[in-house]
Design a protein around this ligand. Structure first.
Ligand SMILES: [Cu+2]
Length: 513
């Protein structure tokens, strides 16, 4: 595969489609596509998903995972998976207080799941590895939207296969709205001045197929970016201020987004919703699964490129080349019209975020991430690692005790960051979060509230969101129970699982040579 990759790199280099620097396909080699991406394709905007109200007043969406094919690169056809189409899926959108139901059909030939990343919902609707959907089968989770306006997303979560299923194209955005956000003067015309930006790195073989067997420790690190499934994208801008909903939908790569002319922008929201006030800055770093909403101001008749600069993966160390720590990418070109519609200034105050108080914590727990384990245990579908009492607040102290970068994602709740290595969190970690980067040696203290949805038989997950690490066992389970209740027999017996993932599948990749 590496040889095939070399051939493609040479061919694209000759056609000036990618960097003609060092051979990018070799592990640990720096990737730099700055100035080399031809911005010739209009950025695809995922369509807003159709929905209808059922007789119970629930908003019903229909999603089907399907195989397909795409010509991402000129003249090369790539086999893909997508929701309601060949690659990625429609943007789901719902308002706080609405009840939603998703009729999901698995039209691919492997069992999969759909997880609603960042969503507060009952565990049985969460779409984790216990909610397997066999090929041809339907799954119809339903829940009430009960959290602030935010940019969430959805993707498969079958234990052992999450990386592959996401990499092939199964992912989409899920935007939540509420009255508070609607009352602010912010750009919100979807596809006009409010733009989903789903960034994913890929590695293409000569024949156009996606290379899935890359052996980097972090997972697959691609040398080619797609944004909303578009290679070499540009966006025509018609108004003075543009809101970009950045989603790192990659399986392993961290980006440090900024603009080619170093202009600053307003960071207005992170994973779980709006910040208390905008933070003016020129960079925002996102690890896999994290989101950020930014508002950038444009002048007429200009072209500026959204880039990813080398991310800081191991502060104080320069040994992160193998993890993509030296890589740079041109991501998306913004082209503004000769005349721009004027937009109001970004409000100085956004929302109030009620501060969770560690003095209210019923429990303080410690988690150490090391190798592919959490607290020295590999993920076991039949073991509940953590039992949380409903209607309590907890502090989770999470440490990366390993020499590699990891991240930490908690299902069901949005958390607040109390501190990072004892220091106050920076602005990008000051709002509601569900995923946080964990560089080697770093310890974070998170605080979260488990309001409702007690269910002793259905676990939620917490895990590293580098998808290969998660697949290889860096994941664990918690249940939310009524006080004093014990986790159900159903989990220990495996009875609430439709199908058991064959163990061989987890370890079928070739060992390191
Ligand atoms: Cu990890």
């Amino acid at each position: 595969m590496k040889a095939a990759g070399a051939g493609l790199a040479a061919a694209l280099c000759a056609a000036a489609l990618i960097s003609c620097g060092p051979l990018d396909e070799f592990a640990g080699t720096k990737v730099d596509t700055v100035g080399e991406v031809p911005f010739e394709n209009r950025l695809a905007i995922p369509p807003l998903a159709d929905s209808k109200l059922d007789s119970d007043g629930r908003r019903v969406f229909t999603l089907a995972a399907e195989p397909g094919e795409r010509e991402f690169l000129p003249g090369r056809t790539t086999d893909t998976w997508g929701f309601n189409g060949s690659y990625l899926g429609p943007t789901l959108r719902a308002e706080r207080g609405e009840r939603v139901l998703v009729d999901f059909r698995n039209g691919v030939d492997e069992a999969t799941t759909v997880h609603w990343h960042g969503m507060h919902l009952p565990a049985e609707a969460d779409g984790g590895p216990h909610q397997h959907v066999e090929p041809g089968e339907h799954w119809t989770p339903s829940w009430e939207i009960d959290q602030p306006a935010a940019t969430l997303w959805y993707h498969p979560h079958p234990h052992g296969d999450t990386e592959e299923h996401v990499y092939r194209g199964l992912a989409g955005m899920f935007i939540l709205d509420d009255d508070e956000e609607a009352g602010l003067d912010l750009p919100r015309r979807y596809g006009v001045d409010d733009i989903p930006v789903i960034v994913q790195d890929k590695r293409f073989a000569d024949d156009g197929s996606l290379v899935e067997d890359d052996r980097e420790e972090l997972g697959i690190l691609g040398d080619t970016l797609l944004v909303n499934g578009t290679y070499g994208p540009y966006l025509d801008v018609s108004s003075e201020r543009l809101r970009l909903r950045l989603l790192n939908g990659s399986t392993a790569r961290t980006y440090d987004f900024g603009f080619s002319d170093q202009r600053d922008f307003a960071l207005i929201a992170t994973d779980g919703g709006l910040l208390e006030r905008p933070d003016r800055r020129s960079r925002i770093q996102l690890s896999p699964g994290e989101r950020a909403e930014i508002v950038v101001t444009m002048k007429p008749r200009e072209r500026v490129v959204l880039r990813s600069y080398p991310p800081d993966l191991e502060p104080g160390s320069d040994s992160s080349r193998r993890d993509g720590g030296e890589d740079s990418f041109d991501v998306l070109q913004l082209r503004s019209a000769a005349e721009l519609e004027s937009s109001p200034a970004v409000p100085a105050e956004l929302v109030d975020i009620p501060e969770l108080d560690p003095a209210d914590a019923a429990q303080t727990r410690e988690f150490e991430l090391r190798s592919r384990r959490i607290n020295d245990e590999e993920m076991d579908m039949e073991r509940i690692d953590t039992v949380v009492s409903v209607d309590t607040t907890e502090v989770w102290e999470v440490e990366n005790g390993h020499g590699q970068p990891h991240t930490f994602h908690v299902h069901d709740v949005q958390f607040q960051v109390l501190d990072v290595d004892g220091e106050d969190p920076p602005p990008e970690l000051s709002g509601w979060k569900d995923t946080i980067p964990l560089p080697p040696g770093v310890r974070v203290r998170l605080i979260m509230r488990f309001e409702d949805y007690a269910d002793p038989d259905s676990p939620y997950m917490y895990h590293c969101h580098l998808l290969r690490h998660e697949d290889e066992g860096m994941m664990a389970q918690f249940v939310v129970v009524e006080s004093g209740e014990v986790p159900g027999e159903a989990i220990a017996s495996g009875a609430n699982r439709v199908d058991r993932m064959p163990v061989a599948r987890l370890f079928r990749r070739e060992p390191d040579s």
